[in-house]
Design a protein around this ligand. Structure first.
Ligand code: PGA
Length: 252
């Protein structure tokens, strides 16, 4: 079985105007232009998608959105549809980020609807899952992840999910400077791959990329990437600066 192609993804959250995002993307594109064996993705805010696409189109950087609505159109004030983000060049969509779950009430059912729509629109979902500190301390990590995967992927078959990316992001490690140790992360990634093999099949599970997210930085990326079941990273804070993010992309 060939090794999965690593994916290093930057989630720019609610940072950068269109102009700033375009500038950062241009610098990043120069610094990672020669990277061939790792895929790179950046997810700027909606308002910067078009400007960033103009810069990364034709380069080795893919564009992602941070969220979307599951309906293709309708009276949903303030929402953005799958076809809208696809039309501005998005290949990936981050779905169910813990900040969406925590501050905007997104449920596993919402995540499921959005994953179905992402696939229907021909884009690649990055499904975010992860336990809170409280859940980890009360030994609920695996049961929480089990439920997030089960409901998030309900009604889908392995043929639908060939472009699925899973991002394991322990909530206690996001933006806190606390990273899961590489062994802690590997343990969860292995659990998730086994879990996918049970819900679908082993061949499918072996091809799915499982990213780690939560305070990834140049100093810890190599150790994380050395783990057998860690196939990349979803990077928040450290992706905002082109130089720092390019060091993460060039971890090898
Ligand atoms: P962080 O965020 O790298 O700033 O911890 C990760 C994420 O939220 O995806």
């Amino acid at each position: 079985m060939p090794k999965r192609t690593p994916l290093i993804a930057g989630n720019w959250k609610m940072y950068k105007t269109a102009l700033e995002a375009g500038e950062t993307a241009a610098t990043l594109a120069q610094r990672v232009a020669d990277v061939k064996t790792t895929e790179v993705m950046i997810a700027p805010p909606f308002t910067a998608l078009e400007a960033v696409y103009a810069v990364v189109q034709g380069t080795n950087i893919a564009l992602g959105a941070q969220n979307m609505h599951w309906e293709s159109e309708g009276a949903y004030t303030g929402e953005i549809s799958p076809s809208m983000i696809k039309a501005v060049g998005c290949r990936y969509v981050i779905i169910g980020h813990s900040e969406r779950r925590q501050y905007f009430g997104e449920t596993d059912q919402d995540v499921n609807r959005k994953i179905v729509s992402t696939i229907k629109a021909g884009m690649f979902p990055v499904m975010c899952i992860g336990e809170t500190e409280e859940q980890r301390e009360s030994d609920e990590t695996f049961s929480v992840l089990d439920k997030q995967v089960k409901i998030g992927l309900e009604g889908l078959f392995s043929d639908d999910l060939i472009n699925l990316v899973v991002a394991y992001e322990p909530v206690w490690a996001i933006g806190t400077g606390k990273t899961a140790s590489s062994d802690q992360a590997q343990e969860v990634h292995r659990f998730l791959r086994t879990r996918l093999a049970e819900q679908f099949d082993a061949d499918f599970a072996a091809t799915i990329r499982i990213l780690y997210g939560g305070s990834v930085k140049p100093a810890n990326i190599a150790e994380l990437m050395a783990m057998e079941d860690i196939d990349g990273a979803l990077v928040g804070g450290a992706s905002l600066d082109a130089e720092t993010f390019s060091q993460i992309v060039r971890y090898k």
